[in-house]
Design a binder for this molecule. Structure first.
Ligand code: GLU
Length: 872
């Protein structure tokens, strides 16, 4: 009994305990108003809500979204009231000023928290909270940066009133007596997107330092056009204020030596952030590949997360109710508490630490300062106003970077090369040659020229195994030329050395002296044996079809005309003046025979008598003359050229057919090309590139390609697709006519001169390369080694070979039309002949013309012998 009581007490306690432990999550509704078609922002909002609902046991959010038009206060107030009626505890958005002001005034009245992510809206009181960093503080960051970079005079390029407002604040911080600041507008509306005239003007003025403030939508185009007018050289410096700079493609300017500085809240290389960005952008744009989070989306995400935190903190007070806009007494009451909670929170979100000052401004934040370098966007400092001084630059900037010139003059470098044609080769000479004279080639000429420009000396060191450099997981070291540079066995390295991201992390590269991409080298297709019906090849199928139609049609027409034309009817007995019947030679069989005879360029001994039939025959002969000559001419071309029969015409076809046809694939062992496929394979094994890498690994067991020459030799044997850099392919196919390049380039990269990390002479060499490019020297060397020397220009290009193509209808259309026209004309002639005949007959036998005509027509259809003569 006692045991039973004890057990029941235990059960009751347990039940009570578990029910207390399992507190239901509070449910709240939050509203969002969008007046811009911004699916990304909406996706960020949804992602934040999903994350809270999945991970937070205390709170559940239901999102209600309203869509309105921009700057439409009426719709804005209707949407706000609609959200309030549904009992929301906070509203996010909208972005346009008029709409936002309307929402804010209603939210103030109803004490609903209004969360914004706009850069320019900062009222002091009320229920508004804006997560966007405070503009005055942002202005300060740009000012600090300009001062740190030591700019005295610069040009501000701005887009519209909004950006003018921003840069206006920056100008105020400078002393007009000391600093010369010029303002120029890049107006996308007025200029229709052509900013070149303004950019050209500033280029002509000789300005070199620019503060660029424009929207992300036009930023890429502005940079592109700046490059086109010559504002992207090593002399030019840009500070770009747009905080989304890191999301656009900056690769084209990476090697221009232009100093581009930007700031960003979000670190695009942070894995967590990339994953978040991927989730957000996948919802909005399933094919988006960049996954770099923009500020608006990051702020929206942070806003919702912070709001949820504030809601939790003020939970006991929050009593969601349905509020009517028309009843002044209905308010949220606890709205101000939530906003205050939010302002007091110390929160770190996707946009870094979020803190508000007493006024509720987000004045405390941290920014990354980055510069665009050859290795990509590199962080060179931080701005954090909780630190003193806020700007901390880790890379000291010098405005004149050719200080390297002094280091390089009279210095002797060990320049490592490989003997890879045509980049570096041993001189073939009867006389003994020594030292640097032992070598010749494209890169040898480049080094000679560079040394003349920069005044340095050099000795060539040859890497016999031709390994350019690959990271070895086994040893944890770089091998090849890259390894030699790191181990200080050489000072500079130049050959077909591709600039890759991984290599650029361990050595420095100059700007590229040659651009290239990976492509496929393959044996030219063998000619297909002539087909059984190759005689038909000179004409396209449609021409043959029309030819048959014409043959049948003209035979029938001749037959019809033969019956209509009285002249074609003959007296079979010339001695009898009025025979009982007349005969006509143009029966169907003869007509077909006549037409066939002429198409075969033979006679048929049928003599035509009437004008109309002769007209048809004439047209037909003209037609056959042209058709037969065209056929003969084209046939000659077909007999002398044979059609190639390619195994594949692009990468995809190669992937599809490699196994069935038995084609092996390969690339230089440990080269940049192999690494390129490997990285693609790591990203997606099932892509075409990934599949090629799988094949490469498999085939490497049978055939290991140590250098380009091995690959070329294997390709010449057939059934081996060699992935090679297109500039090297171009060299080979000019000399080995049985090879050709299949498809286009698969990527875009460059060859550069490599040296140890942080070498002081890198900029000096890069500028010298630019000088050589501008003066056409590099092109001259390229022509010399690709086309003129070592048997270049031997093989005609595929286009020059000129395959014969069947003559299509377009080529012979005119002939058909002339024949059709002539045939129609002959019908009119037949009518004319008949009319004349009937007139004569009616006069002779004294009955009306119409009776004569009727008799004729009846005869065409019914009788074989001619009636008139019988009648008379
Ligand atoms: N240029 C390549 C490299 O730097 C070698 C040739 C290739 O991989 O196709 O490694």
């Amino acid at each position: 009994m006692i045991f039973a009581i004890k057990t029941s007490i235990l059960v009751i306690v347990l039940v009570l305990f578990t029910s207390v432990g399992k507190i239901e999550a509070e449910e709240y509704k939050i509203g969002a108003i969008f007046d811009d078609v911004n699916t990304n922002q909406e996706a960020a909002l949804q992602e934040a809500v999903n994350e809270i609902n999945e991970n937070d046991d205390d709170i559940d959010l239901e999102l209600i979204v309203e869509y309105i038009r921009r700057d439409n206060p009426y719709e804005a107030s209707r949407a706000t009231c609609h959200l309030l009626e549904q009992g929301v505890v906070g509203i996010l958005g909208p972005l346009s000023e008029d709409n936002s002001n309307t929402v804010q005034s209603i939210c103030d009245l109803k004490e609903i928290p209004h969360i914004e992510v706009r850069w320019d809206d900062y009222p002091v009181n009320g229920t508004l909270i804006n997560l966007h960093p405070y503009p005055d503080t942002l202005t300060r960051t740009y000012y600090d940066l300009i001062v740190a970079w030591g700019w005295q005079n610069f040009v501000i390029l701005y887009e519209n009133n909004e950006s003018l407002q921003r840069v206006g604040e920056i100008i105020k911080l400078f002393n007009p007596r000391k600093n010369r600041i010029v303002l120029r507008q890049l107006n996308p509306v007025k200029s229709g997107g052509n900013f070149r005239p303004v950019l050209k003007e500033v280029w002509k003025s000789g300005a070199t330092h620019f503060l660029l403030d424009c929207s992300i939508e036009i930023l890429e185009e502005v940079l592109k056009q700046a490059q086109q007018v010559g504002l992207m050289t090593d002399k030019h410096h840009f500070i770009i204020t747009n905080l989304d700079l890191h999301t656009i493609e900056l690769m084209p300017y990476q090697y221009s030596e232009t100093n581009i500085t930007g700031m960003r809240f979000v670190d695009p290389d942070n894995k967590d952030l990339t994953e978040k960005a991927e989730k957000i952008y996948k919802q909005a744009l399933p094919i988006f590949t960049g996954y770099r989070l923009r500020l608006l989306e990051a702020l929206t995400f942070d806003a919702v997360k912070m709001f949820a935190e504030a809601l939790k903190a003020s939970e006991p007070l929050v009593k969601p109710t349905n509020i009517s806009c028309y009843n002044d007494n209905e308010k949220l009451r606890s709205g101000t508490t939530i906003v205050n909670e939010m302002k007091n929170l110390d929160y770190t979100g996707l946009t870094g630490p979020i803190k508000f000052d007493i006024k509720g401004y987000r004045t405390s934040f941290a920014l990354h300062v980055f510069e665009l370098m050859e290795g990509g966007q590199t962080i060179v400092g931080h701005w954090n106003n909780s630190k003193s001084p806020p700007l901390n630059i880790s890379r000291l900037y010098t405005s004149n970077e050719d200080q390297g010139d002094a280091d390089i003059r009279n210095k002797t470098f060990r320049v490592e090369i490989t003997l890879t044609e045509p980049y570096g080769m041993r001189v073939e000479s009867m006389q003994p040659v020594y030292g640097n004279d032992q070598y010749e080639g494209f890169v040898v000429d480049i080094i000679k020229e560079l040394s003349a420009i920069r005044g340095f000396n050099y000795t060539f060191v040859v890497r016999e195994d031709k390994k350019n450099g690959e990271y070895e997981n086994k040893t944890g070291k770089w091998n090849g030329i890259i390894g030699d540079l790191i181990d200080e066995n050489a000072d500079l390295a130049i050959c077909d050395l591709t600039i890759t991201k991984d290599r650029a992390e361990v050595v420095d590269f100059t700007g590229p002296f040659m651009m290239l991409g990976v492509s496929i080298l393959y044996k030219k297709p063998t000619k297909a044996p002539p087909s059984f019906f190759s005689f038909a090849d000179p004409f396209a199928f449609e021409v043959w079809k029309l030819l048959i139609v014409s043959w049948v049609g003209v035979s029938l027409i001749l037959f019809a005309l033969g019956r209509i034309s009285p002249t074609e009817w003959e007296n079979p007995y010339p001695c009898i003046e009025e025979p009982e019947f007349l005969v006509n030679q143009l029966d169907l069989r003869n007509c077909v025979w006549f037409i066939t005879g002429s198409i075969m360029q033979q006679g048929s001994e049928i003599e035509l008598k009437s004008i109309s039939t002769r007209m048809v025959a004439g047209m037909w002969w003209f037609f056959t003359l042209l058709m037969v000559s065209s056929y003969t001419a084209n046939l000659a071309a077909f007999l002398t050229t044979e059609k190639p029969n390619p195994h594949f015409t692009n990468l995809h076809e190669l992937v599809e057919n490699a196994d069935t046809i038995g084609i092996m694939v390969g690339a230089k062992d440990g080269g940049a090309t192999e690494t390129f496929f490997k990285s693609k394979w790591l990203a997606d094994e099932n892509s075409d590139f990934g599949k090629i890498y799988n094949l490469m690994v498999k085939d490497k067991k049978k055939l290991k390609v140590i250098d380009n020459q091995d690959g070329v030799a294997a390709a010449r044997k057939g059934y081996f697709a060699f992935f090679m850099e297109d500039k090297s392919i171009e060299y080979e196919i000019q000399r080995k006519c049985d090879l050709h390049q299949v498809g286009d380039k698969l990527d875009e990269k460059g060859y550069g001169i490599a040296m140890r990390k942080n070498s002081t002479y890198r900029n000096s060499l890069s500028t010298a390369i630019l000088l050589m490019q501008n003066s056409g020297k590099i092109d001259e060397f390229k022509r010399k080694w690709w086309e003129e020397r070592k048997g270049g220009g031997q093989c005609p290009s595929d286009a020059e070979n000129g395959d014969a193509t069947p003559l299509n209808l377009k080529g012979v259309e005119g002939v058909f039309w002339v024949t059709i026209g002539g045939t129609i004309l002959s019908f009119f002639l037949a009518m004319f002949e008949t009319t004349l005949y009937c007139l004569k007959k009616s006069k002779r036998f004294r009955y009306s013309f119409f009776e004569a005509l009727k008799e004729e027509i009846k005869f065409y259809f019914r009788q074989v012998t001619h009636p008139s003569k019988v009648d008379c």
